[in-house]
Structures are given as structure tokens and as C-alpha cells.
Design a protein around this ligand. Structure first.
Ligand SMILES: [Ca+2]
Ligand SMILES: [Ca+2]
Ligand SMILES: [Ca+2]
Length: 404
């Protein structure tokens, strides 16, 4: 039985990854696998015992059937590597009740959320391998079936209640963000933008979703110092507060900001080459009034719906760099290790771009944050012809990862 399960699961994986190659265990050159059902034992002319009937079949057709392919409870047998002539003879053998060619199957269970599909993520060659994405948020659900790439984390604010670790998620927000970035390509749940990226949880927000700038600064200090083996780092911050950009229009200026939060963001991006992606905010306001969205060193993301339109609540303005899916987004949730939830916000748009940054860095690990941003903007889709019923100006292009 073991071999059958292995062959099927490999095919499932192959189907999910849209690879045309067939695993050698499943189908060897020139041969085809069949599933045979033997004539029921009731037949008076045939031996009663399954093993005896199989032995007779093996002798008659020159077969040698391994133990794991003899499925006695089902009166069935898996026959591998048959030539067309062998299959024809077997089909005509009165001891064989049914002979059906094996067939590739794939799991129906994994859903590709509309946003992941809309930006073209399933078509990319890069999957985010070799890149670390730090979710600076409410934590990430530890042990979630679709977040098996969660490597560890750090808690500034500790998880309370049902928690496996201090950076476990007692809210759900961070788990949802993490799933959009990198939910793994398996047979369950959803698919993230960069399913081969590794996730790190940086818990700076409490179970109620609140935190402080000082907590974020502590979290970013950990990210900078964290030894991830030298892999490129991406930070997603689907959070913000009120504030303005003291150096608007300047990207990594040599004279650094005297605002402590902005100064820390500049150090992360300009000195430590960490790509920082942030939500524009949900106030229906100019993002210039919200930080970190207003800072020019980050990639600021507005939210769109599946009709290629912006909701009125998405923040807007010159500080917004990219639009990405953020309305009715299905992703992982923290209620259990098998939970999923559909929610909306620029918080949900930002991780699409963070995943996209991981795709870029997966292919070009030496890119600076400025080069990552440029690559994303160059590849982005023009929104000039979009309807935009939001009532707010949205000239920013839409995230597109096709070709990465
Ligand atoms: Ca999945
Ligand atoms: Ca700015
Ligand atoms: Ca910006």
C-alpha cells in the first residue's frame, strides 16, 4: 500500500506545480499501471484464496506482484509497467473482473484566493525560495496546516490565551497576512504569493490588534539582528498610526530623519537592505497623514476588489506605490490549525506585495530595496483605464508578478 500512496502524492504535487514530468515510480518507460479487480471468490471454478488466485494470475502472465500491491481486502491488485499486449491479455483473462488504467489525480481542496490568482502568482517560476519574510503583526498561528514554512519568531508583545509560543497569534490578523504572503502549496487551504518563502513571526501587536511605535522599533531591531543565514529579508507591516513624513520626497537621504520611527525605517531599508512593505491604511484618507505609509523608503499599498476597483476606505495619494487585492481575501486564520477566514483591508493588500518582493528577491537575491521596488513598478499593470468609483484619486499601478 505504501508505494501506491507515494505514487499518488507525488502526482498530486506534480499536478499542483503544473509540471509535465511523471515520477518514475508511477510510470516507467513503455509501461502503464493498471488497477485490476479479481473475479469474486463465489465462482466455483476458481480457487477460494486470494493468494492462490493471484499466484495463478502471476504464472499465467509472467508477473511478479510486490506485497504492497496485493490489496486483499478489496480483492484488487495494482499491476505496474504493463505493455499494451499484456494489458489486453489480462483484460481477456476470466480471472480478471475489471482492469482499469491508472490515472493522475489532484486534490480539490486547495483554493487559490482571487487576489493570488489576479496578480498572476500561480504562473511564476520563482516561488520565493531563499527569502525570509518577517510578518510584523499580531503573531502567526503556530502549527497551522498551511503555514508549515513558519520558522520561528520573536514576541515584543506576548501571546495570551491559547498559545504554543510567545509569538503565536491571539488575534488572527497576522496569520491572515502570513497566509497571503506564503501559504504553502499543498493539498489544503489556500496558496500564498510566495509559497516557498520562509516566514518569521514578529509579534508587536496584542490580541486586540494594538501596539506601539516602540514595540515596532523593538521588533525591527530583532529582524535586523536576526541571523537567517544571509538570505534577503522582507518585512510586511500591515499596521500604522497617524503621522507625517518629515522628509517627504527624499529616498534614503544622507542626512537621516530626526523622527525616531522614520530613522529606524531608514536604517532597515537603506543600511540593512531590508525591503519594507506597508499598508496604506483604511481611513479613506491621504496616506501622507499616516505612518509608516507616508515614508518614501517603504512600499505603500492600497487595496482593490475583484472588479478592479478601489473601495472608498482605501487610503490614497502620492505616497501609495502599488495597488493590490485587499477586499474579501481568503487566507489562514488563528482559530485552529485548520482555520481560514475572508476579510478585507489594506492589511490584506500589503502581503500580496510582500510576497511579490520575495519572488523578486528569490530570483535576484542581491537586489537592494530600491531595485526590488523598481522591478515591481516596472512589471506592474497600468490602472489608467480602471473605473475607480472610490471617490479618491488612485493613479498607482496594480501589482503584477507574471514573468517573475
Ligand atoms: Ca495550501
Ligand atoms: Ca512620503
Ligand atoms: Ca511610498
Amino acid at each position: 500500500m505504501k508505494k501506491l500512496i507515494l505514487a499518488l502524492s507525488l502526482l498530486v504535487l506534480a499536478a499542483c506545480q503544473q509540471q509535465a514530468t511523471v515520477q518514475p515510480q508511477a510510470l516507467r518507460e513503455g509501461g502503464q499501471t493498471y488497477i485490476a479487480i479479481l473475479e469474486p471468490t463465489a465462482s466455483p471454478t476458481l480457487p477460494a484464496r486470494f493468494s492462490e488466485r493471484l499466484a495463478a494470475l502471476e504464472r499465467a502472465h509472467g508477473l511478479s506482484i510486490p506485497a504492497e500491491d496485493r490489496l486483499e481486502a478489496l480483492g484488487a491488485v495494482i499491476l505496474r509497467n504493463l505493455t499494451p499486449a499484456q494489458a489486453q491479455r489480462l483484460a481477456q483473462d476470466p480471472r480478471v473482473y475489471a482492469l482499469t488504467p491508472d490515472q493522475e489525480v489532484k486534490a480539490y481542496a486547495q483554493t487559490i484566493p482571487w487576489g493570488v490568482d489576479r496578480i498572476g502568482a500561480p504562473t511564476t517560476t520563482a516561488k520565493g525560495a531563499g527569502v525570509s519574510v518577517y510578518v510584523v503583526d499580531t503573531g502567526i498561528k503556530v502549527g497551522h496546516e498551511d503555514l508549515t514554512n513558519l520558522m520561528g519568531g520573536y514576541a515584543v508583545v506576548k501571546c495570551r490565551g491559547k498559545c504554543r509560543t510567545a509569538y503565536d497569534d491571539d488575534n488572527g490578523h497576522g496569520t491572515h497576512v502570513a497566509g497571503t504572503v506564503a501559504a504553502v502549496n499543498n493539498s489544503v487551504g489556500v496558496l500564498g504569493v510566495a509559497p516557498a518563502a520562509e516566514l518569521w513571526a514578529v509579534k508587536v501587536l496584542s490580541g486586540s490588534g494594538s501596539g506601539s511605535i516602540s514595540g515596532i522599533v523593538q521588533g525591527l531591531n530583532w529582524v535586523i539582528a536576526h541571523n537567517n543565514g544571509g538570505k534577503p529579508k522582507v518585512v510586511n507591516m500591515s499596521l500604522g498610526g497617524s503621522g507625517t513624513d518629515d522628509q517627504d520626497g527624499q529616498y534614503c537621504p544622507s542626512t537621516r530623519s530626526t523622527n525616531a520611527f522614520h530613522n529606524v525605517i531608514q536604517k532597515a531599508v537603506c543600511d540593512y537592505r531590508i525591503t519594507v512593505v506597508v499598508a496604506a491604511g483604511n481611513e479613506g484618507d491621504n496616506a501622507a497623514n499616516h505612518t509608516p505609509a507616508a515614508y518614501d523608503e517603504v512600499i505603500t499599498v492600497s487595496a482593490t476588489n475583484s472588479q478592479d476597483d478601489w473601495p472608498s476606505w482605501s487610503n490614497y495619494g502620492p505616497d501609495v506605490d502599488l495597488a493590490a487585492p485587499g477586499v474579501a481575501i481568503l487566507s489562514t486564520w488563528n482559530s485552529s490549525t485548520t482555520s481560514y477566514n475572508t476579510i478585507s483591508g489594506t492589511s490584506m493588500a500589503s502581503p500580496h506585495v510582500a510576497g511579490a518582493a520575495a519572488l523578486v528577491l528569490s530570483r535576484y537575491p542581491s537586489y537592494t530595496p530600491a531595485q526590488v521596488k523598481q522591478a515591481l513598478l516596472q512589471n506592474a499593470e497600468s490602472t489608467a483605464t480602471w473605473k475607480n468609483t472610490s471617490g479618491n484619486p488612485h493613479p498607482e499601478p496594480f501589482l503584477n508578478v507574471r514573468g517573475f
